[in-house]
Ligand binder design. Sequence first.
Ligand code: ATP
Length: 357
Amino acid sequence: MTEQKSPETRVALKHLYKIFGDDPEGAMEHVTQGLSKPELLDQHNHVLGLSDINIDIPDGKITVIMGLSGSGKSTLIRHLNLLIRPTAGTVEVDGENILDFGESRLRTLRQETMSMVFQKFALLPHRTVLENAAMPLAVRGFAKDDRQAEANKWLDRVGLQGQANQHPNQLSGGMQQRVGLARALTSNAPIMLMDEAFSALDPLIRTDMQNLLLELQEELHKTVVFITHDLDEALKLADKLVILKDGFIVQQGEPQKILMKPADAYVEEFITDINRARVLRVRSVMRRDADLEGVDDAVDAEATLEDVIAQSRGDSSACFKVVQDDRVVGRLDMTDLVRALVPAIPTAEEDAPRPAA
Ligand SMILES: Nc1ncnc2c1ncn2[C@@H]1O[C@H](COP(=O)(O)OP(=O)(O)OP(=O)(O)O)[C@@H](O)[C@H]1O
């Protein structure tokens, strides 16, 4: 069994604020005194874009930033490569505050450490698919043969074999975004910023692209920061989920934990319509240290509740031992499973009798 280690932080945002207006630094004083976003707008005509954002973005994982329109997602992702500079706070990449970087180091960071995939693809219309995908290496002065060999490799990998000589407008939206993805991969940057990258695509194509990203991620372990306003997409992709509202973080953490313990009424309402059976996993619902005598059937800790319902064939009295990496780690009863499908009822472990003090 491989030892589970928590991943290192690759990018850290610390006490980050962004205020839009004529005198952001002046307005910052009012914010630290506790003025809210609507008050700042009403009384001082400044927009509080981001307020005291603290996020550790783990290496090799997908961090999804989710929020409704205007919550600050685009403002936040643009701080990661300093397309927007903060009013206060720091952005650390590999432990260094990039606000201290000069032009040349910032250019290297944008070209070699971070790649971006945009909602509207941002392909050059008069260049071929191959030239578009090779662009990050052309900018860095790689020889034509080298950059095209690398671009071809990634075009193949994202399913665009035989399309290299087409132009973007000859491709569907889904295929154009595959070019966008190939271009990001060609740069070989370890950090990928994806700004609503699949939001312009039809639902089925969007699902294909999400699956492709997850498949690539199994192999490449990029540090991905993915912006979306779609909760289903967020839950499907996120190792870590950050929920933004009006420029501040309402909750962040592992999606399963957020689903089982929403921080407040806002998050509760946000997650109310999701299909919990399809998203919740056995490990989030099982009882640890429970009696396993007479329990023969097994389920995997990573199985979804929907998988278990199928496996139980509708038997509401079924119970299972829960297995993770060939070890038994808990017990799942169908009654606990059903309870987890209704968010307002306490979980099995919360409801268990407490040992006497
Ligand atoms: N250049 C700007 N000048 C003034 N206000 C701005 C500017 N850019 C963003 N804002 C404001 O900052 C807040 C956050 O906007 P942002 O675009 O980051 O949100 P978002 O979550 O990405 O929304 P959407 O999904 O609609 O793009 C909003 O109130 C917006 O009006």
